[in-house]
Design a protein around this ligand. Structure first.
Ligand code: NIG
Ligand code: FE
Length: 425
């Protein structure tokens, strides 16, 4: 006698390779565990995964209203992009040309361009205009397989404009079908009006912006999503002491924490992040050895952003193998922004990580899914294909997962399933 079959909405079956990424975040030498099932299937009901396994076994368990034949394809979890500056107005094509002619990113920023240039354009935009500028980028991300996106503020740098960026993120989150996770980064640059008065700007962030942004926390909590606070800890931006002040205040107000650290100079921001229990420390190009060791002991995820040195045509990348050797948790993200790296594709990020961070395709895939989910503290909900998790599933038009990384510049994603729904992009 066979047990009653489970009714489900969609059965994805016969995948040449189904990558479950099961078993939680992957630390150090464990990175790269794909949980590969040949001739794999998964069943979905009410937007969640209800069964995963070999096609024959899953078929025996369920009765499905619809089916998706994944023959000759790779099925894997939707990518999680845990670091983006996706909400902005305008562009900085002129600065790209200046950098090609030899000016550095920080020189352009010190001269009032860079982040401030996007700030001027973003301050002039309404919430609806910001959403309209951002939506096509989110659609591109989804088309390239990113189903969960962290989105930062940081192009307002004054209270009302920062709140408008948060409002645009919320408007787009409600619209979906993507999952958006907001990050407040009022300390993204010292705005021109505060030039030479960084400490006074930090006062504004701590005393006015953070409490105002904290008013949004309950609405996100109701969606079971955290809200992060981030700081650009860098020479020419914010010191470690200023970063600590901001992050400690944010933590007290209920934000989860992130930091931009060691992009150009290793100041100690990564060790600070570990000490404060931040969810992630991001960039980590010039990270001191002591800070790498701290990552090995702590819970903070190191987020590599290889699109950024690539976008800036700089030679140094996140020392991924040293971080893994120290036992650290490594994730990947796009850093999508108009200044350093306008790239919506985590497939491209994986291709760069394989070449310049020396990851295997399997390691890069785990870093872009389950570990990226951990960098958002959402590893219980997304980032792997396991029973109970959101049915965010990609089908790639290739028979072997190693085509990810190997190939670049075209989109290998043929089908995106978000929360159980096949998305047309
Ligand atoms: O992560 N480094 C700071 N922030 C961004 C760049 C933002 C911009 O240039 O607009 C980054 O690379
Ligand atoms: Fe960034």
């Amino acid at each position: 006698m066979s047990a009653a079959r489970l009714d489900c909405d969609l059965l994805v079956h016969s995948a040449a390779q189904l990558l479950t990424l099961a078993g939680g975040p992957q630390r150090g030498a464990r990175l790269g565990n794909l949980g590969l099932i040949e001739d794999g299937a998964l069943a979905i009901a009410a937007g969640r995964i209800v069964a995963v396994g070999p096609t024959r076994a899953v078929r025996a368990q369920v009765r499905s209203r619809a089916e998706l034949d994944a023959r000759g394809q790779v099925a894997l979890p939707g990518f999680v992009d845990p670091h983006t500056h996706v909400v902005w107005a305008g562009d900085r094509a002129n600065e790209f040309e200046q950098r090609l002619a030899g000016r550095t990113y920080m020189e352009i920023m010190a001269a009032g361009g860079g982040i401030m240039s996007t700030v001027r354009q973003t301050r002039a935009a309404s919430v609806a205009e910001l959403a309209a500028a951002t939506r096509p980028r989110l659609r591109q991300m989804l088309a390239h397989g990113t189903t969960t996106v962290e989105a930062k503020t940081g192009y307002g740098l004054e209270t009302e404009a920062e709140l408008r960026q948060l409002d645009a993120i919320e408007l787009l989150a409600v619209e979906g079908p993507w999952t958006l996770v907001p990050t407040f980064i009022g300390a993204h640059a010292v705005p021109a009006e505060y030039a030479g008065r960084a400490e006074a700007y930090v006062d504004l962030v701590v005393d006015e912006m953070l409490p105002a942004a904290a008013g949004r926390l309950p609405r996100w909590a109701a969606r079971n999503l955290p809200v992060f606070c981030d700081v650009f800890c860098e020479d020419g931006a914010f010191t470690v002491a200023q970063s600590r002040r901001i992050l400690e205040r944010a933590r007290a107000l209920g934000f989860s924490l992130k930091i931009h650290a060691d992009e150009f100079v290793g100041l100690g921001g990564t060790a600070l992040a570990v000490e404060l229990g931040a969810a992630s420390a991001d960039h980590l190009v010039q990270t001191p050895a002591a800070d790498i060791a701290a990552l090995g002991r702590g819970e903070t995820v190191a987020v590599g952003l290889p699109g950024t040195p690539f976008g800036l045509a700089q030679p140094d990348y996140t020392p991924a193998l040293q971080i893994l050797e120290a036992g650290g948790l490594l994730a990947l993200a796009s850093d999508l922004n108009p200044g350093t790296t306008w790239c919506e594709s985590m497939q491209m990020v994986i291709a760069l990580a394989c070449r310049y961070m020396r990851l295997t395709p399997a390691q890069a895939i785990a870093a872009a899914t389950i570990n990226a989910a951990r960098a958002l503290r959402l590893d219980h909900a997304v980032g792997s294909l396991e029973v109970g998790k959101a049915a965010d599933v990609l089908l790639l038009g290739v028979p072997d997962y190693r085509h990810l990384g190997y190939r670049y510049g075209t989109n290998l994603v043929q089908t995106v399933v978000k929360a159980g729904q096949v998305v047309t992009v």
